[in-house]
Design a protein around this ligand. Structure first.
Ligand SMILES: C[S@@+](CC[C@H](N)C(=O)[O-])C[C@H]1O[C@@H](n2cnc3c(N)ncnc32)[C@H](O)[C@@H]1O
Length: 308
């Protein structure tokens, strides 16, 4: 059970933060709660399940960390991040060519780009697929091929808007970001005493084999073992792990033996239930490691609401 429920926050420091990628599971809203949980002596914020890296981009943008390290098991997604940082205009031009090529026949263009992506893994093709696919949700078949369908009501962000987003995101990340592809566990093990690791693994409900979401699932037992190792090593970390919508919970809590500070955050209305006409609150679970709690001045310092 959580020890406290945090009220959702809106940080002025995150006003205007850029979002390069639409991505199901993005923690754009939760970033407002997580960024204030970074200690002032932080060296690097490591985000090893980065996806659209909403927390890392937000933390850099808000000046809450001097540098970030992004990692994801999805290598083409990591390739996309590298090009966003190094060559946002080249990427924007490729996106524009693909987008323009799809005006007459959006469904045909989506199918052709998806086929090419599965052969060549071009970053600009992935960007187009993310902009156009259903719910911005990546899905893969058993062969690791992207198989999500198009939302043919949407053409994807128009090229001028995409160029602006990519340039603004690159400006935040450039020169301050390391990007690698691979498993989260290595990043967690390599973290130093001054780093903070923000872990946002796939939801337990989506981690079964054959589910196809995010390319790779993760077992709760393996994840708990890695967190135990990190806690014993004195690593500072924050985990967002499942939650609930309208009273329905997703997955089990992390084991209490880990000794983590467990918080609930009222994260706003569920977009899923809003679509179906229901109004339901989404509650996110956050867990803080003992080393981080100590760096932040102890539990009471974290649980005392900030002055408005
Ligand atoms: C819930 S999403 C993260 C969303 C992210 N916080 C954001 O704001 O967009 C989980 C991510 O973990 C990645 N992933 C899954 N298993 C992984 C693993 N074993 N190691 C590293 N990344 C993994 C997926 O590819 C996916 O991008």
């Amino acid at each position: 059970m959580p020890e406290a429920v945090l009220r959702p926050r809106r940080l002025d420091a995150l006003l205007g933060v850029p979002h390069a990628l639409p991505y199901q599971g993005s923690k754009r809203a939760l970033a407002h709660t997580i960024v204030p949980l970074l200690p002032v002596d932080i060296d690097t914020l490591i985000e090893p399940f980065c996806g659209s890296a909403a927390v890392a981009v937000g933390a850099l943008y808000a000046g809450a960390t001097p540098r970030v390290a992004l990692r994801d098991v999805n290598a083409p997604l990591v390739g996309l991040w590298q090009q966003i940082i190094d060559d946002p205009n080249g990427l924007a031009t490729e996106y524009e060519q693909i987008w323009d090529g799809g005006i007459a026949d959006p469904a045909g263009q989506y199918a052709a780009v998806r086929d090419r992506f599965n052969l060549e893994h071009r970053p600009s093709d992935l960007l187009y697929l993310l902009a156009r696919c259903v719910k911005a949700a990546v899905r893969y078949n058993a062969k690791g091929e992207f198989n999500q369908g198009a939302d043919n009501r949407r053409l994807g962000a128009d090229p001028a808007r995409m160029r602006l987003r990519l340039n603004r995101t690159s400006a935040v990340l450039h020169g301050r970001t390391q990007v690698t592809a691979g498993d989260y566990a290595e990043s967690l093990r390599l973290a130093t005493a001054l780093d903070v690791v923000y872990l946002d693994p796939p939801y337990q409900g989506t981690s079964g084999s054959g589910n196809g979401r995010y390319l790779s699932g993760l077992s709760r037992a393996d994840f708990s073992t890695e967190l135990h190792r990190a806690t014993s090593a004195g690593t500072s970390f924050i985990v967002s792990y499942d939650g609930s919508t309208g009273g329905r919970t997703y997955g089990d809590d992390l084991p209490s033996e880990l000794g983590l500070l467990h918080l609930h955050v009222a994260a706003g209305l569920s977009s899923q239930s809003t679509l179906s006409g229901e109004v339901e609150q989404t509650i996110e679970s956050l867990y803080l490691s003992p080393a981080l709690v100590e760096r932040l001045g102890g539990r009471s310092a974290i649980l005392t609401p900030p002055a408005e």
